[in-house]
Design a protein around this ligand. Sequence first.
Ligand code: AMP
Length: 503
Amino acid sequence: MSETSFADLGLDAAVLEAVTAVGYETPSPIQAKSIPALLAGRHLLGVAQTGTGKTAAFALPLLSRIDASTAEPQILVLAPTRELAIQVAEAFTTYASKFRQFHVLPIYGGQDFGPQIKGLRRGAQVIVGTPGRLLDHLRKGTLKLNSLKALVLDEADEMLRMGFIDDVEAILAKTPENCQRALFSATMPPQIKKVAQTYLRDAAEVRIESETRTVERISQFVLPVYAERKLDALTRILEVEPFDASIIFVRTKAETTLLAEKLSARGHAVAPLNGDLNQRQREQTVEDLKRGKKDIIIATDVAARGLDVPRITHVINYDVPYDTEAYIHRVGRTGRAGRTGKAILLVTPRERSWLRTLERATNSPMESYQLPSPADLQKMRVQQFETQLLAFAEDGKLPKAMALLDEIAERNDMDMAMIAGAMACWMEMAQPGALPLETPEALPEISTAPRRDRKGPPPGKKSFRKGPGKGFKKDAKPGHRKGGPKGKPAGKGGKPPSKRPAR
Ligand code: AMP
């Protein structure tokens, strides 16, 4: 993470206020490098992928330069898919939340022209759209770019891959000569380089370098999962992994507390670690982790800097890191003092390209993390129940309990199996999921990667990249219940979004 603060970057006061409100602690490396260049009005070439914080890297400075009092399109963002266009438009709304007057309009194919034309007539300072539909509007004259101050090509290589490059160039040719331009791309194929050479002038170049560093003694795993299933995945990981202490990395301060609350409700001894804690609170949290009063810490990169707790056996990257350096620091929180450690990365379909980058940076492949199937999980829970039951069979209070239950059985004409069954149901109600009294289907599949018990090599021997290219399949069944060690019914799973091109 960079040492610069958002306040140092020279952003507009209202934009800075919005960033503080979202809870970002420090600018990500791409933000620290891009924001000053874009604020100075320079063209920019950003080689960065999703997850680096690139949206804010262009949205924050460009918003700082618009005239919010006029509703003419001043910023135009081209995105490859309708989903990305919506996501970027939402990010603009968040970062402009402290503006008095602000409209952003997402425009994509597959939607009626009517509402889009209405939106354009009403006026919006920022338009985010897919190339084909934007070009349609430019040709119809419903979108005018006379007042355009800045144009951004987001995920340029994706637009090329999806066959939109001619549309992109046609739009670029229609932008005003003095318009500021930024191009972001995860890779730089020749056609994208050519676009950059033609349309960017004296551009600042920002790259998120991936320095290679070996991560020794740490086995690295990856679990592909839809964003809305991450919590389910995490709860299951925590249920099946034999961890001593674990650190879970998220992006924002707000998320550290939110996730800590959710895991605490599921019976874990967990605490957040973020930049809002004062030195004393921070030391106390670390001490609690060292002494075993807490087993899980939910941290941001900044707050976990230099953390050295030998009992951390697991690092879980709930959110992907901003860059490889942050990743290497994160996984280095385990495998301390000569021990071995395990790092598990949750990666959403949009963040898949991180894998190769991280593998290259750490010079070691990531293995596909195999979550147990619902049936395996239930078997495991029965075993745990049996072990606990046997332990209680030696409890000193057992004779008294048996006498009491004998009385109840006799009074109600019940046999002991019925009494025990009723008690098991009671226990399951108090700890949903602790006993598999639901049908196996009630526990959803979470991972989107192919399972080892279907076909393929043994566990831990499969590189994620080989299989799940196609592996993000729809498997989510909403409305299930689940259980951690002391699980409670939790939020509903959502339907994964479909990523389809929108012309
Ligand atoms: P992007 O790479 O633009 O897709 O951003 C990935 C995620 O990182 C988004 O959910 C952002 O809200 C989040 N994010 C971006 N910048 C920061 C930051 N400086 N601090 C914390 N989270 C951030």
